[in-house]
Design a protein. Structure first.
Length: 646
C-alpha cells in the first residue's frame, strides 16, 4: 500500500524551487557559472529532500510525456558529456540537470494547487521586482545591481532589470504577464488578488515594450493570442452558455490593450527608434544564423557538441558581424548545429508530446469542474501553455534558452503541461514503474549536480573576482585570485587565461630579469589553457605574444596561424599577426596583413556606423594596429599588443 507523505514536504520542495528562482534572477539570470551554481545548490537540496518522502503524490504525469523527456534529455546529456571542450559543455550540462530537477519536482512532487501557488506567487513577486527595476532604470538611467555586479552600459534606456540584456528581461516578463493574466481570469482566488495580478500582467506588458525587444513584442503578441484562444475553447467546454459573451469581451479587451500598447510604443522615442534598425539587426542575425548552418554541415547527424558555437561561430562569422558572438541568436539553429538532426527530431517529439499532454490536461480540468469554470490548476495550465508558445516564438530570434533563469522557468511550465493534476483514480491506473521513477529521479539528479559542478563553485567565485581584478588592471591581485581558483579547479581554461594575461601585462613594466620571468610564467599559463581549450583565440594569441617576447618566433608563428584559422575575419587578430611579422623582419607580409586588418575594420565600420566602431578601451593596445598605414610596417619596434579580457 502506498503511504502518504506529509504535505509540508511538498511545500518545502516548492519553497526551495521558488528561492532558487529568486537567487538566480538577482544574480543577472545566472549567465555565468559563479552566478548560477548557488541556485543549482538549492535545487539539489530539493532533490535530496525528495528522497525522504514516502510515496508519490496522488497524481502522476502522463507516461508519454515522461518517456519523451527521458529520451530527449538523455541524448542531450550524453552529447554534452562527450563534447570537445569540457568546460564549455559544463555550463549547459548543469543548466539541463537543474532544469530537469525543476521539471520532475513539478511533475512528481509539487502537485497540489496550494504548493504550486507558492512558486507562482514567487514568480509574480519577482516580476514586480523586475518591473520596479526597469522603472528605476527608465527614470534614473542606472540599472540596479543587488550584489554590486558589473553591468554593461551599452543598452541606453532599454530596460534590463536585474539581467544584463533587455531581451532576456523580455523573455522573463512574458511568463510573468501570462501567469498574472491567467490568475486574474481563471483563478478562484479573491477579487483583490485577481485585480493585483491583473495589474502585474498589464505592467509586465508595458515593461516588455520598454525593453525594446522586438522578439519579445512578437512572441508576447502571439502568446496572448494563444492564451485568448485556449481560454475561449476551455470556456466553451466548461460553460458553453457564456462562450459568446466571453468572446465579445475578449475581442474588446484585446483591442483596447493593443491600442494602449501601440500608443505607448509610439510615444516612447527610444523604443520607437528600435523599429528603424530592424534591417541592420536582421543582417547581423542572418550572419550568425549562416554561421550556425555552416557549423551544422560539419556533423549533421549528432552535431559538433555542446558549447561549440562559441568558436565555430567565430570561424564562420561574416566580416560585418561582432567577433565575440557566443550564441547564434536562434536557439533552434544553434541546437541543430551542436546536437544534430537526432537532437532536432527528439526536440520536436518532446515539445509536441507536452503540448498534447497540456491540452489533454486542460480538457480534463474543464470537464471535471462540473459547470464551474474557475480553477487554480486551470489558470496555471493555460498560462503555462501560453508561456511555452511565447518561448517557442522568441527562441527563433534570440537565445533565452541559454539563460539559466529563463530556462528554469520554462522547465516549470513544461512540468505544468506534463501534469495538470489528475484524479486519484487516474493516477492508480498509471504504471508502478513510473511511480518508482518519480521517486528516485530527483535524488539522482541532485547527486549528479553535486558531482558535476557544485564542487567547483569556489573556483568560479575566485575566478569571477580574478576577472574583475583584471578589468581593473590589478595584475598582482589577478594572479593571486587566479591561483586560488586553480587550487579548486584546474580544468577551467579561462582561469589560465586570466593568470597569463596578468603575467603578460606585468611583464611590460618589469626590468629585464623580472620581464623574462613574467613572460615565462605567462607562457606556462597560456600553454595550460591551450591544452584545455585549443580553439580559444585569446589563449593562442597570448601564448604567441609570450613566445615572441622569449625569442621563440617559430613557435609564435604556429599559434598566430591557429588563431587566424579559428577567427579568420577578425581585424584585431590580423593586426596582431602583422605586428608579429614586423618584429621578425617580414615587412612585406606584415604590410599585407595590416591592409587586411584595415579592410576588415572598414567593413565593420560601414555596417555598424562610426559610433559603434570606436575602439574598445579594453583593447587599446591592439587597436593601435588599426592606425598603422602601409608605411608603418617599416617601423622597427612594434607596439605592445593587448588581449581580450574575457
Amino acid at each position: 500500500m502506498i503511504r502518504v507523505e506529509s504535505p509540508g514536504v511538498r511545500y518545502l520542495i516548492a519553497a526551495l524551487v521558488g528561492v532558487a528562482f529568486i537567487l538566480i534572477e538577482l544574480l543577472i539570470g545566472g549567465t555565468r557559472l559563479a552566478f548560477s551554481l548557488p541556485a543549482y545548490a538549492l535545487l539539489a537540496m530539493a532533490g535530496i529532500l525528495s528522497a525522504f518522502t514516502r510515496r508519490q503524490s496522488d497524481a502522476l504525469p502522463g507516461t508519454a510525456a515522461i518517456a519523451t523527456t527521458v529520451l530527449f534529455f538523455g541524448y542531450v546529456l550524453v552529447r554534452q558529456i562527450v563534447s570537445p571542450v569540457e568546460y564549455l559543455a559544463r555550463s549547459d550540462l548543469l543548466m539541463v540537470l537543474a532544469s530537469l530537477a525543476v521539471y520532475f519536482a513539478v511533475t512528481f512532487r509539487v502537485i497540489g494547487s496550494t504548493a504550486r501557488w507558492l512558486i507562482v506567487a514567487i514568480v509574480l513577486l519577482l516580476g514586480l521586482g523586475q518591473i520596479g527595476a526597469a522603472a528605476f532604470q527608465l527614470i534614473t538611467g542606472d540599472a540596479p545591481s543587488p550584489f554590486g555586479l558589473i553591468r554593461p552600459q551599452t543598452y541606453g534606456v532599454r530596460a534590463t532589470g536585474f539581467y544584463i540584456c533587455p531581451n532576456h528581461l523580455a523573455g522573463f516578463l512574458e511568463v510573468v504577464a501570462l501567469f498574472a493574466v491567467g490568475v486574474a481570469f481563471w483563478s478562484r482566488r479573491s477579487l483583490w488578488l485577481k485585480l493585483l495580478c491583473g495589474y502585474v500582467g498589464l505592467a509586465g506588458l508595458v515593461a516588455i515594450i520598454v525593453t525594446g525587444s522586438r522578439g519579445g513584442y512578437l512572441s508576447m503578441a502571439l502568446a496572448l493570442a494563444a492564451f485568448a484562444g485556449i481560454s475561449l475553447l476551455v470556456l466553451r467546454k466548461a460553460r458553453p452558455d457564456r462562450f459568446w459573451l466571453a468572446a465579445t469581451f475578449t475581442g474588446i479587451a484585446g483591442a483596447l490593450v493593443a491600442a494602449f500598447l501601440a500608443m505607448l510604443f509610439f510615444r516612447h522615442d527610444a523604443v520607437h527608434m528600435r523599429s528603424l534598425t530592424v534591417a541592420d539587426d536582421f543582417q547581423t542575425r542572418l550572419g550568425l544564423w549562416q554561421a550556425a548552418l555552416q557549423q551544422f554541415h560539419l556533423s549533421p547527424a549528432v552535431g559538433t557538441g555542446s558549447g561549440t558555437y562559441y568558436y565555430y561561430g567565430q570561424m564562420f562569422r561574416a566580416p560585418v558581424n561582432a567577433a565575440h558572438a557566443e550564441y547564434a541568436h536562434n536557439d533552434y539553429l544553434q541546437f541543430l548545429a551542436e546536437f544534430g538532426v537526432v537532437g532536432g527530431i527528439l526536440l520536436l517529439v518532446f515539445v509536441a508530446t507536452h503540448l498534447r499532454a497540456g491540452w489533454q490536461g486542460l480538457v480534463r480540468l474543464a470537464t471535471e469542474r462540473g459547470g464551474r469554470s474557475q480553477s487554480d490548476r486551470l489558470a496555471f495550465s493555460i498560462a503555462a501553455f501560453g508561456a511555452v508558445v511565447a518561448y517557442l516564438v522568441h527562441s527563433a530570434v534570440d537565445f533565452n534558452l541559454h539563460i539559466p533563469a529563463n530556462t528554469l522557468l520554462l522547465a516549470f511550465c513544461f512540468g505544468l503541461l506534463a501534469n495538470a493534476g489528475a484524479s486519484t483514480q487516474q493516477a492508480a491506473a498509471s504504471t508502478q514503474a513510473l511511480s518508482y521513477f518519480g521517486r528516485f529521479a530527483l535524488p539522482a539528479l541532485a547527486v549528479w549536480m553535486i558531482f558535476a559542478g557544485l564542487k567547483t563553485w569556489p573556483a568560479e567565485y575566485y575566478g569571477e573576482q580574478a576577472r574583475a581584478a583584471l578589468c581593473r588592471q590589478e595584475y598582482d591581485n589577478t594572479i593571486a585570485l587566479s591561483e586560488k581558483a586553480l587550487e579548486w579547479d584546474r580544468t577551467n581554461p579561462f582561469l589560465w587565461l586570466y593568470c597569463g594575461q596578468a603575467y603578460a601585462e606585468r611583464a611590460a613594466g618589469s626590468t629585464d630579469v623580472e620581464r623574462t620571468n613574467n613572460w615565462v610564467a605567462a607562457a606556462n599559463s597560456f600553454s595550460q589553457g591551450v591544452a584545455l581549450f585549443p580553439q580559444e583565440r585569446w589563449l593562442r594569441l597570448g601564448l604567441a605574444e609570450a613566445m615572441d617576447a622569449l625569442g621563440e618566433f617559430g613557435e609564435a608563428e604556429s599559434h598566430y596561424q591557429s588563431a587566424m584559422r579559428w577567427d579568420p575575419n577578425s581585424a584585431e587578430v590580423r593586426a596582431l599577426y602583422a605586428m608579429h611579422l614586423r618584429t621578425g623582419g617580414h615587412l612585406a607580409e606584415a604590410e599585407e596583413h595590416f591592409k587586411k586588418s584595415l579592410a576588415l575594420r572598414y567593413t565593420l565600420r560601414l555596417h555598424k556606423g562610426s559610433k559603434s566602431s570606436q575602439p574598445n578601451s579594453k583593447h587599446n593596445r591592439a587597436n593601435l594596429a588599426f592606425e598603422f598605414s602601409a608605411a608603418s610596417a617599416s617601423v622597427s619596434e612594434p607596439a605592445q599588443t593587448n588581449r581580450q579580457f574575457q
